[in-house]
Write a protein that binds this ligand. Structure first.
Ligand code: SF4
Ligand code: SF4
Length: 448
């Protein structure tokens, strides 16, 4: 049942955090571990995860560290992480670590470490200070200044990083100011996560969440701003996924994949769940100290989750966007209390977005009248081709995982490019075979 390239999200401190953001989706996990006030992963549990993960994915290993706030583990824990990964690695392995953080504890020592070990860091910020008001400390103090200080430190130490922007009622009307914020701060890698939290256990939208129409307006404005900006060094994750799909290449984001079987979440004590939106008693798959990941991936809880997520509502049959959308993210149906036969939340938004984006890309690709845009798309096509050539596709990442075209590795052993698709037409649209076009310019690894 399981496809290759499993991604793992590790929650070393579970729900624990030094901030108290209004829209946090992970805080309810506290109810699963009521007796543990400060959950912390032990090196022994991580060692068990590592050994089992490597047995499943012998060469390409991607570990995403998330929370809560994973840096609460302290720097010494992450030093042990590198030791454990190194002791479990074999020649030819490519190990990667990413870390999603609010940046509060980052200092020079942390950033030196993250740079030295090639962590890809996702920093959470929702735009300029006046739009970042959902992100705050338990005493109500805004977090913006400390986040910007963390951004400076990441830049100073040349830590690979991207920005994670949650789109909520606070900032959804301001795509232009958010895009300008990226440009002003020289942030070339960003991802936008729609806040679609349920109001309660029975569904409905929370007060911070955005409507499907707002989401479509925001993403379409962002796409147009990005095209107008005409600078392919800006990477916006969802846009990049759509471009991959436009070129007939697989997207890396699980939301646009056919099923939800390529990702698991591992809690502080070794408990394993599917996607981290489903860290619930019902879907607890087992524990790494008692079962293997292989057994858990073939166990009843995971199969139940994947089967439910795969079951699409009737209106998706025959939809022209089915191959791109796949019915959307399961949480946008089940968690919001939408019944299986009802229209998925964001469905109408997706139809608007795909229609506009694909039409625009088609026009740019086929339009010699607009040489600048044509050059721009060719540039992106070449980059996509080069990534394909490098062919160490990232493990499918869930919405909140740091992601970018760059991957970080704790240990990067030399691995040859796969050469996949060398006789196929080049995705840059030149009309030549891939091997005679962009393949000849492809780098030898995913990181340039
Ligand atoms: S756009 Fe709507 S109908 Fe079409 S596949 Fe997506 S969710 Fe289903
Ligand atoms: S985020 Fe959505 S699409 Fe991705 S694994 Fe979870 S439910 Fe599935």
């Amino acid at each position: 049942m399981r496809k290759p390239h499993l991604g793992i999200l590790i929650k070393p401190v579970s729900y624990d955090c030094n901030m108290a953001c209004d829209y946090c989706y992970y805080r309810p996990v506290e109810a699963l571990y009521p007796d543990r006030k400060r959950p912390r992963m032990s090196p022994e549990v991580f060692d068990a995860v590592c050994r089992q993960y490597r047995a499943l994915e012998p060469r390409r290993i991607n570990v995403g560290w998330q929370g809560g706030e994973p840096t609460l583990m302290g720097l010494d824990f992450f030093r042990r992480v590198i030791e454990i990964e190194t002791s479990n690695a074999r020649r030819g392995d490519c190990w990667g670590n990413s870390l999603q953080t609010n940046g509060v504890v980052l200092d020079d020592e942390w950033c030196e470490f993250l740079a030295r070990h090639h962590f890809l860091v996702g920093l959470s910020v929702d735009g300029p200070g006046e739009l970042n008001t959902m992100r705050r400390f338990p005493n109500g103090k805004p977090a913006f200044d400390i986040t910007m200080r963390a951004l400076e430190l990441l830049r100073k130490h040349q830590v690979e990083h991207n920005l994670l922007v949650v789109i909520s009622r606070t900032n959804v009307e301001q795509p232009d100011r958010i895009f300008q914020f990226l440009v002003d701060n020289d942030c070339h890698y960003a991802q936008f996560i729609p806040c679609t939290e349920p109001a309660g256990p029975v569904g409905g939208l929370s007060g911070h969440s955005i409507t499907a129409e707002q989401y479509a307006d925001f993403m379409l404005a962002m796409f147009d701003l990005w095209v107008e900006n005409d600078d392919p060094t800006y990477y916006i994750r969802r846009l990049d996924n759509w471009i991959h799909q436009f070129f007939g290449l697989p997207p890396e984001c699980c939301e646009y994949r056919e099923d939800c079987s390529n990702l698991v979440t591992i809690e502080w004590n070794g408990d394993v769940y599917p996607c981290d939106f489903y860290v619930t008693e019902e879907y607890r798959m087992g524990n790494v100290r008692k079962s293997t990941l292989e057994q858990m991936l073939n166990g009843p809880e995971f199969r139940k989750f994947v089967r439910r997520a795969e079951a699409l509502p009737p209106m998706c049959d025959g939809c022209e966007w089915l191959k791109v959308c796949h019915g959307g993210c399961y949480r946008h149906r089940a968690k919001l209390g939408i019944e299986q036969q009802e229209t998925p939340y964001l469905c109408e938004a997706k139809k608007r977005i795909f229609g506009h984006v694909f039409e625009t890309l088609e026009r740019i690709k086929g339009g010699p009248a607009d040489n600048e845009l044509h050059r721009f798309l060719n540039h992106i096509g070449r980059r996509v081709a080069q990534e394909r050539m490098a062919a160490r596709a990232p493990a499918p990442a869930r919405g909140g995982a740091p992601s970018g075209r760059r991957t970080s590795s704790a240990r990067r052993a030399a691995a040859p490019p796969s050469g996949a698709g060398r006789n196929e037409p080049c995705p840059c649209g030149s009309g030549r075979k891939f091997k005679h076009c962009c393949a000849s310019r492809a780098p030898s690894g995913r990181r340039g």
